[in-house]
Design a protein around this ligand. Sequence first.
Ligand code: NAP
Length: 492
Amino acid sequence: MSASRVLIIGAGFGGIAAAIELQKHGFRDITILDAAPDLGGTWFHNDYPGAACDVPAHLYSFSFAQRRDWARLCPTQADILGYLHEVARDFGIDRLVLTGAKVTACRFSDAECRWSVETAGGETYEAEAVVVATGQLHQPAYPRIEGIEAFGGHSFHSAEWDGSYDLTGKRVAVLGTGASSVQFVPEIAPQVERLTVFQRTGNWFMPRKNLPYPKLVRWAIEHVPGLQAYRRRFVYQYGETLTRAIRNPRTLGRLVQLRSILFMRRQLTDPELRAKVWPDYTFGCKRVLFSSYFLPALQRENVELVTEPVTRLVPEGVVSGDGTLHAVDCVIWGTGFKTNDFMFPMEITGSDGRDLAEAWAQGAHAHLGICVPGFPSLFVMYGPNTNTSGGSIITYLEAQAGYIRRALQHVREQGAGAIAVRPEVEAASDAAVQARFAGTAWTQCDSWYRNESGRIIANWPGYMSEYVAATSRLDPAEYTLLPAPERVGEPA
Ligand code: NAP
């Protein structure tokens, strides 16, 4: 087997970033497996009406593959998917992707110092390093509600949008009011006969119209030297400011919240609806939602917001806590993802038969969100504590790709077989990450960033710039090298 054999699981932004970085640095034997029929990851799956990114395109794109011809500030799902295809093609990554390959298990052999990766289709791949780039947001979550199977109408999840089902003239229920719902609700509201939106928790909103750029602006972005780079730096700083507000809820947080309050008050003219929608938790604790269209959509004649909890489904529709039956033809689950599950139920077995699910039983943790002790040359992208509430995940993914490349270069330069983070290093960095949440808005409500015990396992507690700095070099002292197979038994 080639000395640089790397297997990447997931052909979304993370997997593609890793492949580009590794290939640029001479790693030639790379395979990317993806369960889906095409590359794109979350942007392949999430094609619901109105799907777009609420982060401006020039930051939600690779620093090394900037485009100046985006049609609007925030890219649509189709734009992003097209961009990712283009980048994959330009860097020769598309030919490394094997689609329809759902990975079920990764096992490390101590004797051979290599990973064996199995797919649902019965294929087995051997690799010297595995990059798990499946992300935090890829397994749709369905709430545990009595009677789901009893419902007689149609239903689907926002991440598995059923484009073949015509919503025209239908009575539709939407459960959940997160970042996905606020994008598709305004799109489908004019199409359906009745829309009943079930909200469990209100959200803080910020404006986002995202109209196509006027011609002059497009021209300027394309032709004025330095303008795109300036805009990128500006949006970067805007993201860092949002993080600063979340980190400082009593000071800057209050100021930014004021912006949200003024916007929401202007949008919500009906006091009754305003009271129903209004969030009762600290600004920034949950994801702030950017939409100028969701709150007006709730005020349409044919839309109703229900804040009573959903108690059960019956063949005719949804029953809420006050006993009301909301008869519907279709239920759309806008209920998010199994974010605490990361790559599970994939089985990951490391050195000495260690099971990753057991190692993470109290909550996922990894050094810089990338390396887990006892799992040599296994690297996680968009892993624990690397989500961002203010900024672009692409910045994190690029940083991770660079760090993984440095780790594998170190293995190669030292003639080693694999690399593993020292347990005490990971424990210390995990403790430092957790300690940094103290006093921040993230600790002040329940959200998908936390696990059942309340530990924040999704988010990075600091700024993008800090994460980039922390991953910009790899300290060999933080790692142990395992001997290459032919030198098993000798010290590395
Ligand atoms: P989400 O933010 O987790 O929202 C799920 C919604 O469903 C919430 O309103 C939640 O209420 C509700 N819910 C969940 N379980 C429920 C239950 N058992 N009963 C009643 N309500 C329930 O999911 P999402 O909207 O799919 O977004 C997930 C993440 O994807 C986002 O946070 C974001 O990171 C990413 N995303 C990004 C963009 C973008 O533009 N960049 C767009 C879409 C998604 P509670 O609030 O009470 O939990």
